[in-house]
Structures are given as structure tokens and as C-alpha cells.
Write a protein that binds this ligand. Structure first.
Ligand SMILES: C[S@@+](CC[C@H](N)C(=O)[O-])C[C@H]1O[C@@H](n2cnc3c(N)ncnc32)[C@H](O)[C@@H]1O
Length: 240
């Protein structure tokens, strides 16, 4: 049986090593800004899907929210569980499955969408997140801005982190952004390819229409400045 790339790669320790320098201050600023923008009362229950090791969930909980984080990676959830409390829970969850509860807000953060081959699977994910919303609940989807990435794509780079030399190659092919990652670690050669669908604003609009989600706002970065196709780093939707 072949294992999907997103099941294996994200469950390795190497994924967390490669991304260890990502900016958690930015992530926290984003969570502060977005919860203020949505005027979420601290009684709100937020779902963070997929949550990885729980960095957004833990911070949201520290702001007073009840948070449930779900992720497919068993190792990430095992790690996140150490932070659990009465109002912070984590579970292994496939985002294609229907949500069991209803939430004031569902957050899909840091390019956690567009991993699947078929559009029908993207639609399934959107439907299950929509069905997890309470009446008047919000879905926040934080994706990369592929229009900018296309113009500024770094085709080849090498990163040395924790004594691992990661060789990275990027290409846009067959409607996907492919990031080939190869490295030697723990006595063997590893090769992974991250695959994120090249989803532009118009394609998202089609998806949302099909699912019955309404765009309330589009932001272009974590400071919540307006989206500009040419310059924005992020494509962040607030949906109802
Ligand atoms: C780019 S990471 C972002 C994680 C988290 N939002 C963060 O910012 O740290 C994407 C996450 O999606 C998870 N994932 C991939 N496919 C999934 C699926 N089908 N269901 C649930 N989680 C999935 C991975 O395990 C990984 O933790």
C-alpha cells in the first residue's frame, strides 16, 4: 500500500527540523488580530485543523479560548497532548472526515489546504469544516499567495539545520507547487515531495460557491492588510 506524502512527511521529525525557524511571533500576532477582527468572545470554542504540534491552539487557549486541535500526524498530536487542559484538547483527525462538534470558528492555518490530487477532496474538506460551524460561525483559511510565489519562486536551495543538509528544489507542475526535499540523516538518504495545489483566488471562489461558503473578507498577511495579488505573502479568507 502506498502512503500519501502528507501522511508520511509531516509525521517525521525531519519536517519539524526543516521548519523550526518559522516565525511563531507572526503566528501569535495573527491569532491576536484575527480573534479581535472576528470579535470572538472568550466563551467561543475554536477548532484548529490541522493543528500540527499545536502552536496556534496553545496560544489561542492562552488568550482564554476553548480550543480543539486535530491533525493526521500521530507524532504531532502525541507532542501536543502535553499541553492539554480542561479547555484545550488534541486528537488525531483526518480533515476530510466530518467534524463531530460545532464551533464558533474553524481555523485552517499556515497552508494546510490543497494537499490532495482531486478537487473533490478539497471540496470534501471545505464541506466538513463548514458543517463544523455553529450558526454565524466563521471559517478562516490561511493559504499562500500562489500568484506572488510564481514570480519569486526559489528553484534550488540548501539549508543546514541541526547538522542536516536539506537540498530543496521547487517547481510548478501539473497545477501543483512541488517542493522536493532530499537529505541524509540517521544513516540513510531521505526523499520527500510536498505537494500543494496551485490555487488562485478565482479557484477558491469557485470552491466556496460550490460549498455554499460566503467570503466576508480577504487579507494579504498576518497584520490583516488587504490582499494584493502581486505583493501579498498570504491569501487569507474569512468565510461564513
Ligand atoms: C503545514 S502544516 C501546518 C500545521 C499547523 N497549522 C501549523 O501552523 O503549525 C500542515 C499539517 O497538516 C497535517 N495534515 C496533512 N494532511 C492532513 C489530513 N488529511 N487531515 C488532517 N491533517 C492533515 C499535517 O500532519 C501537518 O501537521
Amino acid at each position: 500500500m502506498t502512503v500519501d506524502w502528507f501522511t508520511s512527511w509531516f509525521n517525521t521529525p525531519y519536517y519539524h527540523i526543516l521548519y523550526k525557524h518559522r516565525n511563531d511571533n507572526d503566528a501569535q500576532l495573527f491569532m491576536k488580530n484575527i480573534t479581535q477582527f472576528l470579535q470572538l468572545p472568550t466563551t467561543a470554542h475554536i477548532a484548529d485543523l490541522p493543528c500540527g504540534k499545536g502552536r496556534h491552539s496553545v496560544f489561542l487557549n492562552s488568550l482564554g479560548y476553548k480550543v480543539t486541535g486535530g491533525d493526521l500526524s500521530k507524532n504531532s498530536i502525541k507532542h501536543a497532548k502535553q499541553f492539554e487542559n480542561e479547555n484545550l484538547k488534541f486528537e488525531v483527525w483526518d480533515m476530510r472526515n466530518p467534524l463531530e462538534n460545532k464551533y464558533e470558528a474553524v481555523f485552517n492555518l499556515f497552508t494546510s489546504f490543497g494537499y490532495f490530487e482531486a478537487d473533490s477532496e478539497d471540496i470534501t474538506v471545505l464541506k466538513s469544516m463548514k458543517n463544523g460551524l455553529k450558526e454565524d460561525g466563521y471559517l478562516v483559511l490561511d493559504f499562500l499567495n500562489v500568484a506572488k510565489l510564481k514570480e519569486s519562486i526559489v528553484k534550488k536551495e540548501t539549508k543546514n539545520i541541526e547538522n542536516i543538509e536539506f537540498h530543496i528544489q521547487r517547481e510548478i507542475k501539473n497545477g501543483f507547487i512541488l517542493k522536493h526535499i532530499s537529505f541524509f540523516a540517521d544513516g540513510k538518504q531521505h526523499n520527500f515531495t510536498e505537494q500543494v495545489k496551485f490555487l488562485e483566488l478565482e479557484k477558491f471562489q469557485q470552491y466556496f460557491e460550490e460549498v455554499g461558503l460566503e467570503i466576508q473578507q480577504i487579507f494579504g498577511n498576518y497584520k490583516l492588510e488587504p490582499f494584493e495579488a502581486k505583493t501579498s505573502d498570504r491569501l487569507i479568507f474569512v468565510l461564513k
